[in-house]
Design a protein around this ligand. Structure first.
Ligand code: HEC
Length: 268
């Protein structure tokens, strides 16, 4: 085909390609395809036009010997560059990054509901406490004989406290303390100290200190693990204050003296 004819063919098929591409983009847009897909459809139309243009292209002179080899290598390099550049031009998704984002979202949501629950329980406990005090005062002002009634009210308030302990137990599960700490004969595969009697050995303040800063205390006989920093130093970042308080409230109830629990030693 003459040079003139080739230019004409490129023009004609190129224009047809662009028209088809535009039609595809409009249809894609109307049917709600994302922008990336619209670009992709347009590229396909142009690719089709290119194929038809190539069909009309004049035959090249036959290459032989080293020239043919070089031609082949150049062809591969050009193709590779086009594919690599084209692919890296598209939006990139790293599955790990996406997973990380989802985990964060879930964690924040979970944390928020936990916090909401703890807040509500603390508020309820406070309200009950105030009511108990008010009733106590009233009965006192009426004079005598009030002891049994007050005793009836106070357990209701500590009943809400019991719920905080349940929340703390939930934190024990959620934060996976059981992975390293045996409790009630369960867990502790990663060999941290047994926890059954920790409530007798540490005050709530000390327990909180240990969770917020694992280096603050060391379980007796666990020098190696302590030095290696086996107990994770992440809970201060992962947990809300209320969650830590609930966990501590739960740990403080663990007073099973029949299970030997390593003695905590104050480190710094
Ligand atoms: C990856 C393992 C691991 C996880 C998970 C872990 N710990 Fe520990 N923990 C240890 C090790 C090991 C020790 C002993 C060395 C030390 O005291 O640092 C320890 C010590 C303790 C002690 C002191 C015990 C004693 O007898 O003196 C307490 C309390 C404690 N951990 C609470 C927790 C709580 C609560 C959680 C969950 C929020 C938790 N740990 C999660 C490994 C872990």
């Amino acid at each position: 085909m003459a040079q003139q004819g080739l230019v004409g063919s490129i023009m004609k098929k190129g224009i047809i390609g662009i028209i088809i591409g535009v039609i595809l983009v409009v249809v894609a847009k109307l049917t709600g395809f994302p922008f990336v897909f619209q670009v992709m459809f347009f590229s396909y139309a142009m690719l089709g036009a290119l194929v038809f243009i190539l069909l009309d292209a004049p035959t090249m002179n036959r290459l032989e010997g080293p020239k043919a080899a070089i031609g082949l290598v150049v062809f591969y390099i050009v193709l590779s560059v086009i594919f690599t550049a084209g692919a890296s031009g598209l939006p990139q998704y790293d599955p790990e990054v996406e997973k990380g984002k989802i985990d964060k979202l879930l964690k924040a949501r979970k944390a928020r509901t936990q916090k909401g629950k703890a807040d509500e329980l603390i508020a309820r406990a406070k309200a009950l406490d105030e009511r108990a005090i008010a009733i106590d005062k009233k009965l006192n002002s009426l004079g005598g004989g009030n002891i049994e009634v007050v005793e009836e009210v106070v357990p209701a308030a500590s009943g809400a406290g019991g719920d905080i302990v349940a929340l703390g137990k939930e934190q024990w599960e959620l934060q996976e303390c059981y992975n390293c700490h045996k409790l009630g004969g369960e867990g502790g595969k990663k060999r941290g100290p047994v926890m059954d009697n920790i409530g007798s050995l540490m005050t709530p303040e000390q327990l909180k200190e240990k969770i917020l800063d694992p280096k603050s205390w060391m379980a007796e006989g666990f020098d190696k693990q302590y030095k290696k920093g086996k107990m994770p130093d992440k809970y201060k970042d992962l947990m809300f204050d209320e969650e830590i308080d609930a966990l501590v409230a739960y740990l403080a109830t663990l007073k099973n003296t029949s299970v030997e629990t390593p003695k905590p030693i104050k480190m710094n």
